[in-house]
Design a protein around this ligand. Structure first.
Ligand code: CMC
Length: 428
């Protein structure tokens, strides 16, 4: 068996190398502190695996993404979002019978307790939909207390997972309706996941929602592409918070908060704002590229770069194709997509981006596609959260299924003052 050897002062310690199913290797340092009294320091966890996981595989150098072994390209072409959610949470694609039961549970749990609607009355119309989303997801733990489960193989867990998946969509659509001052629209039992969301978002007594199969499929694909991405910032947050044994709602709520940041899920909103700035201020592509490279400038090329992908993010390629298809079909008059494509072309030819292996990530084209679907910019990160939920639930379940569950508790190297003593106020 492979091993790594650490020599420190007069001690030599061997550590086992563990290997994943795709040949990824890691030094297992579980015994490090006990053997050496040392810890590792890895700011930003660039070299640290926090767990083993059988859910999602990414090869960032080759641009590979697979859920439970299935390539993202196949799922984006053939699967429905609810099938993908089932696959991630339970490990395999559902049989017809399992799919029917899962869909039934999604439908039966799609409405919120009517009293929860009063929460929306307390939110100003200017509230960011992400702020409303996290508040309402946490509020689910006030109303659905029966679902505090410890047994993750039980039917209670299945219902809790389905209800969360279904209700997050209802909450998101209601947040939007609230922000534009329209009455909310109840979910319809005969609509599929993405269609039901669009119906709740865009139906009104004056302008009934007219479904379009290409738009509905585009939204399903967007959700599928976001459904999991192994141990990213928000998923790691779900695991860390969940490791304290707090309930699923609280863990997911923390994860959604982490997702909100512009370096993570919030980047999709930032991309559109950046493209709008380029258009409105009449900036040239060259100026943007130069500003993005300038460390003194605040301008960053949002939607570019990734901690893991050092090649094309496979999700961005799928989305670019969808953007082009929808763009042509509806003959959109949107200069932003042209700016985005020019920006991409220029960045990919620039040495700064080449040397650092910075490619478009999922957020580069997702915002443009959301925009074509009619989703307002401040809802983009909410869409990311809806899509990411199956992965968060799957990772939470996997962590709880693993024995023994260890509370997440990183160490630190203290760099503050050495021992000193309290000085009374008049003597300072
Ligand atoms: N524009 C300009 N320079 C960049 C960019 C960018 N978008 N991304 C990275 N760099 C540079 C960075 O300045 C650094 O240069 P140097 O080596 O000279 O200091 C180098 O590339 C490495 O970047 P980093 O910030 O150290 O890399 P990281 O792995 O810590 O960060 C990232 C990854 C995604 C936070 C970063 O690439 C970024 O800020 N991108 C823009 C925000 C974005 O699009 N986020 C969405 C990520 S995908 C969806 C998700 O999973 O959340």
């Amino acid at each position: 068996m492979d091993k790594a050897t650490l020599t420190y002062k007069d001690r030599t310690v061997d550590f086992q190398i563990i290997e994943g199913s795709e040949g990824e290797k890691a030094i297992d340092i579980n015994s490090l502190r006990q053997a050496t009294n040392l810890i590792t320091l890895d700011v930003g966890f660039q070299n640290t695996g926090s767990c083993t996981s059988a859910i999602t595989y990414i090869d960032g150098d080759k641009g590979i993404l697979r859920y439970r072994g299935i390539p993202i390209e196949e799922l984006a072409e053939k699967a429905s979002f609810s099938e993908v959610a089932y696959l991630l949470i339970y490990g395999n694609l559902p049989t017809r019978e399992q799919q029917n039961l899962f869909s039934q549970r999604l439908t039966q749990n799609s409405m919120m307790h009517e009293e929860m609607l009063r929460f929306f009355d307390g939110f100003p119309p200017t509230a960011h939909p992400m702020a409303m989303l996290v508040t309402m997801v946490n509020a689910l733990s006030v109303y659905y207390t029966d679902y505090y489960v410890q047994d993750f193989q039980s039917e209670n867990f299945d219902i809790m997972a389905a209800s969360l998946l279904s209700r997050i969509r209802t909450i998101a659509a209601y947040s939007y309706k609230h922000s534009i001052g329209q009455p909310h629209v109840y979910p319809k039992r005969d609509l599929k996941y993405a269609s039901n969301f669009l119906y709740m978002m865009f139906d009104s007594p004056i302008n009934p929602y007219i479904p379009d199969p290409d738009i509905e499929r585009a939204l399903s694909v967007l959700l599928i592409l976001h459904a999991d991405h192994e141990q990213n910032c928000s998923t790691s947050t779900v695991r860390l918070v969940g490791s304290s044994m707090v309930n699923l709602y609280a863990s997911i709520c923390a994860g959604i908060c982490a997702l909100w940041g512009p370096l993570h899920g919030g980047a999709n909103q930032k991309v559109i704002e950046m493209l709008e700035e380029i258009k409105n201020d009449n900036l040239s592509i060259k100026q943007c590229i130069e500003s993005a490279k300038d460390k003194n400038s605040k301008f960053r090329l949002f939607g570019f770069g990734h901690r893991i992908y050092k090649n094309y993010d496979p999700r961005s390629l799928i989305l670019k194709n969808y953007c082009q298809t929808i763009f042509k079909k509806f003959n959109y008059d949107d200069t932003l997509i042209n700016i985005a494509m020019e920006l991409e072309e220029a960045a990919l030819k620039d040495d700064f981006f080449i040397e650092r292996k910075l490619y478009p990530n999922v957020d580069f084209y997702s915002g443009i596609l959301y925009r074509m679907i009619g989703i307002p910019t401040n809802m983009f990160t909410v869409m990311f959260a809806i899509g990411r939920l199956p992965g968060m639930i799957a990772q939470w379940k996997e962590m709880h299924d693993s024995v023994p569950l260890k509370i997440g508790r990183p160490r630190q190297i203290y760099t503050g003052s050495a021992l000193r003593h309290y000085i009374p106020p008049d003597e300072r």
